[in-house]
Write a protein that binds this ligand. Structure first.
Ligand SMILES: [Zn+2]
Length: 139
């Protein structure tokens, strides 16, 4: 899945969730969802929302089942972490051949003094593999 496809899927899930709670969508909130959830498989996000909606624990402030309240990003992130651990397949990463066995591609860069230096970035195949396992990559 490309970043664009992931974002489109997150937008769809956001809109479905907004509708389910009969709320108004907001561009800022949709952007927040993209920002926080793009590192997770969209299928996990959909599952996190289903689980949230099934939460019957009473919210002490609103005195209503938590699942009846629109989920906060933090609520969904907590569920995504759980789901990621449950469904992570025990498959080992396999390089596409352009990167090394840990998914790194080494590139020539310039350091802060303008001198040639060796840099590394994660290969797209590694990012894809990590994403499928629900892992977030910092870089
Ligand atoms: Zn690769």
């Amino acid at each position: 899945m490309t970043t664009k496809e992931i974002n489109r899927r997150i937008d769809e899930i956001y809109i479905d969730t907004i509708k389910a709670y009969r709320m108004e969508s907001s561009k800022a909130e949709a952007d927040d969802w993209r920002k926080h959830f793009h590192a997770y498989p969209p299928a996990h996000l959909a599952k996190a929302i289903e689980r949230w909606q099934a939460t019957t624990e009473i919210d002490p402030y609103f005195n209503r089942p938590r699942g009846a309240l629109f989920p906060r990003i933090a609520d969904l992130l907590a569920l995504l972490e759980k789901i990621g651990k449950e469904v992570t397949p025990p498959t080992k990463f396999k390089s596409c051949g352009r990167c090394n066995r840990d998914g790194w591609i080494f590139v020539e860069i310039r350091d802060s003094f303008g001198q040639p230096a060796r840099g590394a970035r994660r290969c797209e195949c590694y990012r894809e593999w990590a994403r499928s396992r629900g892992v977030i990559l910092a870089a």
